[in-house]
Write a protein that binds this ligand. Structure first.
Ligand SMILES: Cc1cc2nc3c(=O)[nH]c(=O)nc-3n(C[C@H](O)[C@H](O)[C@H](O)COP(=O)(O)O)c2cc1C
Length: 339
């Protein structure tokens, strides 16, 4: 996809699914596209792993055609490996290649990849030049606000990215040192967007459709990215897009239909064992804030076969789906990840 076409899509639906390793796999991305999100990105894929021909790494690059526009996110520090991986992303028909510059995980950072590159703008610029030179599809990046509080440099990274021809910069509004603690700094992201010559996608702590629209409007960011929010509220993208278009009607919550859709995506793509695990995991997250959810989760994880999992989940959700979901946003939730 050309940069112009990709940016048009971003303007038409500025609610982007955040990459989450182990969660936003091929099936889940198709599911979220069906539920109204705009652009989707794969979880991080090791460029060096691809270079040394790892089949498991390559599996992470699969995507369904229903996901377009879809990007593949790479991480690495070796320009040769990154260029070769980017070519493979393009050859597979992905619409853009995204570079992970936010991963705080020590194993990644120690090698000089992920958020470590935020501390080395010159090396980063050289890598971006090699990436841009190796593909025709757009190149995007996802960063943190900086390495730590004393060295926040997103503005500098954005300037450099623009000079190297990057199409947009997604920012998780925390420093690498903050990990997942404290709140994402939306004022800072807003300032970065004001000074930027390219679109900024703001990210961090969006937990409802109304909040997504509010962040989009008040921050001035070109788009917003939602990660953990869609795990407790799978309708968050539908709600956000409806509100954004001025449509108040969010549509009914229909959990049995939702679970059937989710199952179908996993059955198409994954083994029965993985389908079973993912359905349990997602049903448990979806139940957050509803009455007796702890008891429901205990029963759910004790179930062995998929039909039983589906039966328990459908029964439970039918009993709660007309209730208002309690606000659990103050509770710690998935306080670690690769970006
Ligand atoms: C379990 C988990 C895995 C993640 N994996 C990735 C990843 O592969 N690549 C990436 O850029 N960010 C990754 N992230 C970071 C998210 O994309 C996002 O920046 C972060 O969760 C903050 O947004 P949220 O509050 O909307 O979840 C991950 C986050 C979590 C919780």
């Amino acid at each position: 996809m050309t940069e112009v076409a990709l940016l048009k899509f971003l303007r038409e639906n500025p609610f982007v699914l955040a990459p989450m390793a182990g969660i936003t796999d091929n099936a889940f991305r198709s599911f979220m596209r069906e539920l109204g999100c705009g652009i989707v990105v794969s979880e991080l894929v090791s460029a060096t792993g691809l270079f040394f021909n790892s089949g498991r790494t390559r599996d992470l690059m699969k995507f369904e055609s229903s996901q377009h526009p879809v990007g593949i996110q790479l991480f690495g520090e070796n320009p040769e490996h990154l260029a070769s991986a980017a070519k493979e992303v393009e050859a597979r028909g992905a619409d853009f290649v995204d570079l992970n510059l936010g991963c705080p995980v020590p194993k990644v950072v120690k090698k000089g990849a992920g958020s470590a590159l935020l501390r080395e703008p010159l090396r980063l610029a050289a890598i971006l030049r090699v990436l841009k030179g190796s593909v025709k599809i757009p190149v995007t990046i996802k960063i943190r606000t900086g390495w730590d509080e004393g060295s926040r440099n997103a503005e500098e990274i954005v300037r450099l990215a623009h000079e190297e021809g990057v199409t947009w910069v997604a920012i998780h509004g925390r420093t690498r040192a903050a990990g997942y603690s404290g709140a994402a700094d939306w004022d800072y992201m807003s300032r970065v967007q004001q000074a930027a010559d390219l679109p900024i996608i703001g990210n961090g702590d969006i937990r409802s459709g109304a909040q997504a629209v509010d962040r989009l409007r008040t921050s001035g960011c070109a788009a917003v990215m939602i990660g953990r929010g869609c795990l407790k509220n799978p309708w968050i993208f539908r709600q956000a897009t409806a509100l954004w278009k001025g449509q108040l009607d969010e549509g009914p919550k229909d959990f049995p239909r939702l679970l059937t859709q989710l199952r179908a995506h996993y059955e198409k793509d994954a083994s029965e064992r993985v389908t079973n695990i993912q359905l349990k995991k997602f049903s448990a997250w979806f139940s957050a804030g509803y009455p007796n959810s702890a008891q429901f989760r205990r029963g759910l994880f004790a179930a062995t076969d998929l039909d039983e999992v589906l039966r328990l989940a459908s029964e439970y959700f039918l009993s709660v789906q007309d209730l208002v979901q309690g606000d659990t946003s103050a509770e710690p939730f998935l306080m670690g990840g690769h970006g």
